[in-house]
Design a protein around this ligand. Structure first.
Ligand SMILES: [Zn+2]
Length: 343
């Protein structure tokens, strides 16, 4: 069975870049890998985006950069992930579709269970990416809540930090072992994921284009990384599957947990112990599950339910990627809590 991947090893098809974004996606139809041939003086670089179908900023930035028909001193690999989800309905409305897997949790390499279309496409993309030396890979994302621009690395070596700081000097160390693209290429090339704020905003696209141009500039490793913040010790906060919840309001007959509606306002700002995440009815059990990167359940140490039903943090923490929608909270998680102490 052939993998559900469209391949363009010889460059962008004629006329494709002249079309509007949605028509480009319609023409491609599925996960796409293409190579923009360069002069070959330097090892290739790679940019991936749209691993989540509701994150349009990276795609817009890549298309804008490629529309200039640049000729780089290296081949540029371009990976467009969940094109199907991006096309569905009104467009850019779903992280992934019902029946699909999360497009950034399928990069674990071939395995006997690697039968889903996403996994086969990911395997085929990975085979292309590791076939030649790679000087660096960037994976462009949006967040579903408001977040200051930042980047994630899985390793804190000089090359990864330098690459990430071409986009932002606010960095997070990702240690979850979640089957992300970043983890899959870590042994092959320095890599960073970039969180370009909310989709559909001019400032997000401008940020992505700026960083992309710097990424496509001097050879990775040519300069040391500038001064930066590196947050770590991330813990993942999920809502228990049996808990009904909404953003805003109070617990009532419809929901067990009412989350603070503007929780994303605290993203990347350290909050003290006692920071309110939401409310449950008096006497109700803890509605959250908090896990450390190694999978350890740390719920009781990190969050508590107060006598009045407020669900609060138990120690100072820096929230990251707090979401604003029920779908986002269900399909991924409510947020992460990081610590500045490792910077
Ligand atoms: Zn994403």
């Amino acid at each position: 069975m052939s993998a559900p991947l469209r391949r363009f090893p010889d460059g962008v098809p004629d006329g494709l870049l002249d079309r509007p974004v949605r028509e480009v996606l319609r023409e491609l139809g599925t996960t796409t890998w293409l190579r923009v041939p360069g002069t070959g003086e330097q090892p290739a670089r790679a940019v991936a985006t749209l691993l989540h179908g509701d994150e349009s900023t990276g795609l817009e930035a890549v298309l804008q950069v490629l529309r200039r028909r640049p000729r780089f001193p290296f081949d540029l690999h371009v990976v467009l992930g969940n094109v199907e989800a991006a096309l569905h309905g009104s467009g850019f409305a779903h992280r992934y579709l019902d029946g699909q897997e999360d497009g950034n949790r399928v990069w674990n390499g071939s395995s006997p269970s690697a039968s889903s279309p996403q996994r086969r496409a990911a395997d085929a993309v990975l085979a292309e990416l590791v076939a030649t030396p790679l000087a660096g890979l960037i994976d462009l994302h949006n967040t579903t809540g408001a977040n200051p621009f930042h980047a994630l690395v899985t390793r804190d070596d000089d090359a990864s930090l330098e690459l990430a700081t071409r986009f932002s000097t606010t960095l997070l160390r990702w240690e979850f072992g979640a089957g992300t693209l970043l983890e899959a290429v870590a042994d092959h090339a320095p890599a960073a994921a970039v969180e370009c704020g909310l989709p559909g905003r001019q400032a997000s696209t401008a940020f992505a284009i700026d960083g992309l141009r710097r990424f496509l500039g001097p050879r990775p490793g040519a300069f040391p990384a500038p001064e930066h913040d590196l947050l770590g010790a991330m813990r993942r906060v999920r809502i228990r599957p049996d808990v009904r919840f909404r953003f805003g309001g109070v617990p009532d007959g419809e929901v067990d947990l009412a989350l603070v509606p503007d929780g994303d306002g605290a993203n990347l700002r350290e909050v003290p112990a006692g920071h309110v995440i939401g409310h449950v009815r008096v006497g109700a059990p803890q509605p959250l599950v908090v896990t450390a990167a190694d999978g350890t359940d740390v719920t009781d140490r990190i969050v508590a339910v107060q006598p009045d039903g407020a669900v609060v943090t138990q120690e100072p923490a820096t929230p990251v990627m707090v979401v604003r929608t029920v779908e986002a909270a269900r399909k991924d998680c409510l947020c992460y809590l990081a610590s500045r102490s490792t910077g």
